[in-house]
Design a protein around this ligand. Structure first.
Ligand code: PGA
Length: 248
């Protein structure tokens, strides 16, 4: 069965609620494409108004972060049940910015993946290597290790509903996109490793995105590759050009 492509915007710490509503309205007539899953992963404060604004459209909403407890004394945090109740469907986990700037470990990321599934959220699990690891050639082992640790105890049925985003850190926000062949190689490596950790049907079902300076100009080539099932898009998701990626 062909995997449905998933094009997700990662707005990061951009877009005030009023800016968000304007972008959503501008994009509305342009992203109306049922052939792909369209997701906006938005800052927590934008979730409620944006969920309301996309009602009746094909767009689904994701969050950028959450904490693994349901409620309690965790000042500043937001829980999975809160996100689900607000209408959130997807959750980005393990983004390199959360790993590097906020010190999130693979142990925490693994807990988040399990908590997301248990709560009814679909994780978009990010992995990817630094420039140093890319240049040394050690990136293949690095990516596999991230996947192994982050999916510890996650079942095959869950992985079939997982989205993995391969995001080489050297390509994020730098304008330096991986070539389509480099991206395909890494996405295939991840799929083959899922087959090794689980089985062939699970590897066939899991959707793998590329992320890192994907834009209206390079999306079509990246998305034409057999193991690239979509994109996680930062900078280019903040403009109406995002629609060109959805329709690429
Ligand atoms: P970018 O970000 O498209 O701005 O490179 C991608 C990401 O970090 O998800």
């Amino acid at each position: 069965m062909a995997r449905k492509k998933i094009i997700a915007g990662n707005w990061k710490m951009n877009m005030t609620p009023s800016e968000a509503l304007k972008l959503v309205e501008d994009l509305k007539p342009l992203v109306n494409n049922d052939a792909v899953d369209v997701v906006y992963c938005v800052p927590a404060i934008d979730i409620v108004p944006v969920v309301e604004a996309v009602k009746g459209t094909n767009v689904q909403i994701g969050a950028e972060n959450f904490y693994i407890e349901d409620k309690g004394a965790f000042t500043g945090e937001i829980s999975a049940p809160m996100l689900v109740d607000a209408g959130v469907k997807y959750i980005i986990i393990g983004h390199s910015e959360r790993r590097d700037i906020f010190g999130e470990s693979d142990i925490l990321i693994n807990k988040k993946v399990k908590k997301a599934f248990a709560s009814g959220l679909s994780p978009i699990l990010c992995c990817g290597e630094s420039l140093e690891l890319r240049e040394s050639g050690a990136y293949t082992e690095w990516i596999k290790r991230q996947i192994k640790w982050d999916l510890e105890g996650v079942t095959a049925d869950q992985v079939k509903n997982l989205v993995i985003a391969y995001e080489p850190i050297w390509a994020i926000g730098t304008g330096k996109t991986a070539t389509a062949d480099q991206a395909q190689e890494a996405c295939k490596l991840i799929r083959d490793y899922i087959a090794e950790l689980y089985d062939a049907p699970t590897a066939e079902a899991v959707r793998i995105q590329y992320g890192g300076s994907m834009n209206a100009g390079n999306a079509a080539e990246l998305l034409s590759k057999p193991d690239i099932d979509g994109g996680l898009i930062g900078g280019a998701s903040l403009k109406v050009d995002f629609a060109q990626i959805v329709n690429a």
